[in-house]
Each structure stands twice: as structure tokens, then as C-alpha cells.
Design a protein around this ligand. Structure first.
Ligand code: PLP
Length: 364
């Protein structure tokens, strides 16, 4: 881990570097649901293990039906993908050769996908003195949405952790539509946030140039099998489906998704745990050498204030104690000293705080 990993959750690298068994680590670098997958998802996978011999339903019919009935959208407005990430690549393939506008600091796959499909990229930077919260008026006035084909906005934003309110988002959606740009709102974390009802999925019926991304990987802890979906108008969805490789979403992921969506309590329980544990983590992180940024989701962005502390030493100190955090120095608009930690279970969070309590900069 001498260079920051491109993403969180790379346990192979951590294992290589620190040599503890994978059980010895607590991974605060991947921002997944701290509850882990719902029990019924694990049962469905075990009970259907024989499905590995057959091809999956290429249309994801049953899962699509369930998503559409739960969200109150038409089945033709839904695309199911191999993680939200596949959808990001399909969108960039659709706008291939055009111009994209990205908000930074933001999820790095937008830029990777844009580059893979030769999009010209412009950036809008969130301001640290506003805790990296987007101001919709400033965005619409200064980011020049009229000059691009597609805009990616992540709400709540990863890695900064704040959500723009529904009203602000409506202004952005309206402004982008008027400017002629297509708006992608990545709501991969909205179901784990304090404001799940601030989702703008409901606006898809009214605004044609809008697509919402959701990650069941994040919301239901399915990183090993991958699952995501998108909601937009049926013409665009048809176009994206034509670009999607056949059988992209495997059988176990489809069944896991269906089972996850039948667990009506799970997301509410997850949000309760996240809100409680986030408060305790914020309290535990109140110390003069660390600045935390406000969060209303399942991760916290922090910054080391003492520039005598090398971020590498900080990361290494925790890594040697079996704690993996996300070094955010390679995010555009952040830089050395920024880290992201996921909210995990009480026991795990206490382990992080105990390790941090032992961390003194003069130890280096
Ligand atoms: C904002 C955001 N969108 C999409 C993804 C990709 O989600 P998935 O793991 O479902 O592909 C991630 C993963 O980190 C993310 O942070």
C-alpha cells in the first residue's frame, strides 16, 4: 500500500502488505452496508448453488419486475447491471466521443469510464470551505451544463459524505434539462443515508434527460457478487441494453437481489445502526490533529491536520493493527492527509477508535 489503492476494499493488497489473515482485518476502506448481506440472501445463495450450471436469465425478468413494482416505475424503465459500475460504463459508451462534466472530489470510475469511451471531460470542484456540499445555484451558473452532453452527480457524494436536499436536486435536474445536458444521478448510497426519501427516482417520469443509478452492492453488502440497476426513460434504457453484454448479471446475483428486496426491515435497521455508530465515531474522532467533515451517510471523510504526520505512516500504523482505511490522497480536489472511513459495527468501530487513541505523531 505504498501508493494509495485506486479503490477501497482491496484485501489482497492489504494481505500482501501486512500479512494478517483476511479474518484479521477490519475493512474500513470499502463503504458497504455494515450489517452484511441479509440472512435470507445468504440462504437463497446456498439453496440455489446448483444454478451455477445454467445460464442466467439474460433479461433479469423477475428481479426487474420486483424493482419496478417496489419503486413504482415501468419495467421498461429499468436496467439491471453487474454492479452500478457496469452501468457507469454503459452510460459512457452511449455518450462515447461526447463531453462529460464530473463533480470532484468524486467517484473515480466516472473519469475512467469517460476516458475509456473517449469523452472530453470538464470538472466542477466542490469547495472544502462548504464542507464539499454542492450549491445548486453555483453549480448551474458556473459549471456550464449547456456545454456538455452528460453530467454525473453522486448524491450522497462519495467520498465526501454529504447529500444535497431533494429541493436542491430538483433545481439541478430542472437546470440541466433546460441546458440540454443529460443528467446521471448516482444514488448508490441514498438507501444508507439519513434521507432515503430525498431520492429523485420519482422525477424520471417527468424529466426525459435523467437517469438514476443504484447499487445493491452497497445497500445490501453484495460486493462479491455485484448488483446494480438504473432507472430512466425506456428509450435510453433500450439503448443501454443493446450495449450490455448478454448474461452480465449472474443467476445468484439475480436471486440475491430478489431476496434482498423482500426484506422490508433491513434497510431501516441498517440506517439506524449507521446513524448511531456515526455519532459515536464523530465523538471519538474529536481530537486536535484530525478534522472530520459532516456526513449523512455510511462513511466519514477526515483530514489529518498535523502535516508532520505522513499519511503513509498513518495508514501503515492502522494497517499493522489490522485496520484498513481509504487513503483519499489520489482523489481530485483532495490531496495528502485525507482519509475515508466506513461506518461499521460497534465492536469494529471501537477497535478503530482504540487504535487511533494509540496513535501519536511523535511515534514516527
Ligand atoms: C458512487 C459510487 N457509484 C458506483 C459504485 C459502484 O458500485 P458497484 O460496486 O455496485 O459496482 C461505487 C463503488 O464504490 C460508488 O462509490
Amino acid at each position: 500500500l505504498s501508493e494509495p489503492s485506486h479503490h477501497g476494499g482491496n484485501l489482497r493488497l492489504a494481505l500482501q502488505k501486512y500479512g494478517l489473515g483476511s479474518q484479521g482485518f477490519v475493512d474500513f476502506s470499502a463503504n458497504l452496508n455494515p450489517l452484511g448481506p441479509p440472512v435470507r440472501v445468504l440462504e437463497v445463495i446456498k439453496n440455489n448453488i446448483d444454478k451455477v450450471y445454467s445460464y442466467p436469465d439474460p433479461e433479469c425478468t423477475q428481479l426487474k419486475e420486483r424493482i419496478s413494482s417496489q419503486l413504482g416505475v415501468a419495467e421498461g424503465d429499468v436496467i439491471v447491471t453487474n454492479g452500478a459500475n457496469e452501468l457507469i460504463y454503459l452510460i459512457c459508451a452511449h455518450f462515447s466521443g461526447g463531453k462529460a462534466l464530473l463533480v470532484e472530489p468524486g467517484f473515480s470510475e466516472y473519469l475512467d469510464a469517460a476516458r475509456a469511451f473517449c469523452l472530453d471531460v470538464a470538472f466542477y470542484f466542490l469547495r472544502e470551505d462548504r464542507n464539499f456540499v454542492m450549491d445548486s445555484d453555483d453549480f448551474l451558473n458556473s459549471a456550464r451544463p449547456e456545454s456538455v452532453d452528460v453530467i454525473f452527480i453522486c448524491n450522497p457524494n462519495n467520498p465526501t459524505g454529504m447529500m444535497i436536499s431533494h429541493d436542491e436536486m430538483v433545481k439541478v435536474v430542472r437546470g440541466c434539462e433546460q441546458s440540454g445536458a443529460f443528467l446521471v444521478v448516482d444514488e448508490s448510497f441514498v438507501e444508507l443515508s439519513d434521507f432515503p426519501d430525498d431520492s429523485v427516482i420519482g422525477l424520471v417520469k417527468k424529466f426525459r434527460k435523467l437517469l438514476i443509478i443504484r447499487s445493491m452492492t452497497k445497500s445490501y453488502g453484495l460486493a462479491g457478487i455485484r448488483l446494480g440497476y438504473g432507472i430512466s426513460n425506456s428509450d435510453l434504457i433500450c439503448n443501454l441494453l443493446r450495449k450490455q453484454p448478454t448474461w452480465s448479471v449472474n443467476s445468484l446475483a439475480q436471486l440475491a437481489g430478489e431476496a434482498a428486496l423482500t426484506d422490508s426491515n433491513y434497510l431501516a435497521r441498517s440506517r439506524e445502526l449507521i446513524a448511531l455508530e456515526r455519532k459515536l465515531l464523530f465523538e471519538g474522532l474529536m481530537r486536535p490533529d484530525i478534522k472530520t467533515y459532516p456526513s449523512n451517510v455510511n462513511f466519514i471523510l477526515l483530514r489529518l491536520l498535523n502535516n508532520k504526520i505522513s499519511p503513509w505512516n498513518f495508514e501503515d500504523y492502522l494497517g499493522r493493527r489490522g485496520i484498513i482505511v481509504r487513503n483519499c490522497s489520489n482523489f481530485m480536489g483532495l490531496g495528502d492527509g485525507f482519509f475515508r472511513i466506513a461506518i461499521r459495527t460497534k465492536e469494529e468501530n471501537l477497535r478503530l477508535l482504540a487504535a487511533l487513541n494509540g496513535f501519536q505523531h511523535d511515534a514516527f
